[in-house]
Design a protein around this ligand. Structure first.
Ligand SMILES: Nc1ncnc2c1ncn2[C@@H]1O[C@H](COP(=O)(O)OP(=O)(O)O)[C@@H](O)[C@H]1O
Ligand SMILES: [Mg+2]
Length: 364
């Protein structure tokens, strides 16, 4: 059963289309992340689902019931859509205690006092805020405030929770911890989650499925985190999921050469189409670096120590590649290199794209 279904959603602002014809369905109990660059239309989409704004065309179903249908004039108000919402700038109310913040949706719904008390105290426990219910937000850390916002969104037992970059104002350590807490909460309560963010790591870490949206508000791929990362359908998706290297490769007499170079390469994976111009894409950690052996001959142009990783910019026949290797690994193999050192680069994993399909993906 689908918890939410969007069908042909169109939304724009004067001279500025945002969503053109968006369809998407999310299953009951699923943790679904919509990942896209800043400004692509993620918040606009959540506002439409929540009912704070209306699309120009299309239909929105929640639990198989239409909550918006432009053609039929259906438009269920936000408070009757049964959703929990946590927006990035939708902070907790500073003049209310933790208890009052969490109780607010139940008060609006005019629930009896004793029911409010027991449900709020249950949520306080679930989000790990036991004993803090009489504090004011100013007496809480950023992470605790965010937990209050989550508890407030969940207290009405919504079937669907919308989260709009709820962790982006937290520092890196807390963000990393909180994302697992959100996932655990979702599992525990069985609530469906639609999480929107531009942060690829969160998308990979917590989701059952991920959708990748481009700058034009078009969904380019939907899949499990593994599929999105390992089987990107096009260069946009590959590029969006982290630091990407794209090397121009030409076919010449059946062989594939980097740039204008002439090194014969024993590619482990070759492209499978007829095009003459290809692009081989890989991530910095997709390489094996060695002093000699198989692979491409290159020269280190810049070496940076990043703690756990060594980051090397390597030039091969005029093409510069970002590569990385674990520092422990580099020490064990005598691969702490400096600018000017010769090096061999072999590929553990490559993704091939036809060069024509790369237009517009790379700014260089
Ligand atoms: N009320 C509005 N009026 C005009 N343009 C808007 C409005 N809300 C959003 N936009 C535009 O819609 C686009 C998508 O915005 P948004 O959904 O907030 O992006 P993000 O993916 O970063 O959440 C942006 O170009 C933004 O400027
Ligand atoms: Mg946004």
């Amino acid at each position: 059963m689908d918890n939410i279904r969007l069908d042909g959603i169109v939304k724009g602002y004067p001279d500025h289309p945002v969503l053109r014809d968006l369809s998407l369905s999310i299953k009951k109990g699923e943790c679904f992340t919509l990942l896209g660059p800043s400004g692509c239309g993620k918040t606009v989409l959540l506002r439409l689902i929540a009912g704070f704004e209306s699309p120009e065309a299309g239909r929105i179903y929640i639990d198989d019931t239409p909550v918006y249908d432009a053609a039929d004039g259906v438009d269920v108000p936000p408070e009757n859509r049964g959703l929990g919402v946590v927006f990035q700038d939708y902070a907790v109310w500073p003049h209310m205690t933790v208890f009052e913040n969490i109780a607010y949706p139940l008060k609006i719904a005019k629930r009896p006092k004793d029911e409010i008390k027991s449900r709020v105290m249950e949520m306080v426990d679930i989000v790990g805020m036991h004993g803090l219910d009489q504090r004011l937000p100013s007496e809480l850390s950023g992470g605790q405030q965010q937990r209050v916002a989550l508890a407030r969104a969940l207290v009405s037992k919504p079937s669907l929770m919308l989260l709009d970059e709820p962790l982006s104002n937290l520092d890196a350590n807390l963000r990393e911890e909180m994302r697992f807490e959100i996932k655990e909460l979702q599992r525990q309560l069985g609530v469906t989650v639609l999480y929107v963010t531009h942060d690829q790591e969160i998308g990979l870490a917590i989701s059952d499925r991920v959708a990748i949206m481009d700058d034009a508000g078009i969904i380019q791929q939907i899949g499990t985190p593994w599929e999105i990362f390992e089987k990107p359908v096009n260069p946009f998706v590959f590029n969006f999921m982290g630091i990407a290297n794209f090397i121009a490769v030409r076919r010449d007499d059946g062989n594939f050469f980097v740039g204008t170079g002439t090194q014969l390469i024993p590619w482990t994976e070759k492209p499978t189409g007829d095009a003459d111009k290809w692009v081989a894409a890989f991530r910095p950690s997709d390489v094996a670096i060695a002093h000699d052996g198989p692979g491409l001959r290159g020269v280190v142009r810049r070496a940076n120590f990043l703690g756990a990783m060594m980051d090397y910019l390597i030039e091969i026949d005029g093409t510069h590649l970002r590569t990385s290797i674990e520092t422990h690994h580099a020490i064990a193999r005598d691969l702490i290199l400096k600018a000017g050192d010769p090096v061999n680069v072999d590929f553990l994993s490559l993704h091939w794209f036809e060069a024509d399909k790369l237009k517009g993906v790379l700014s260089e």
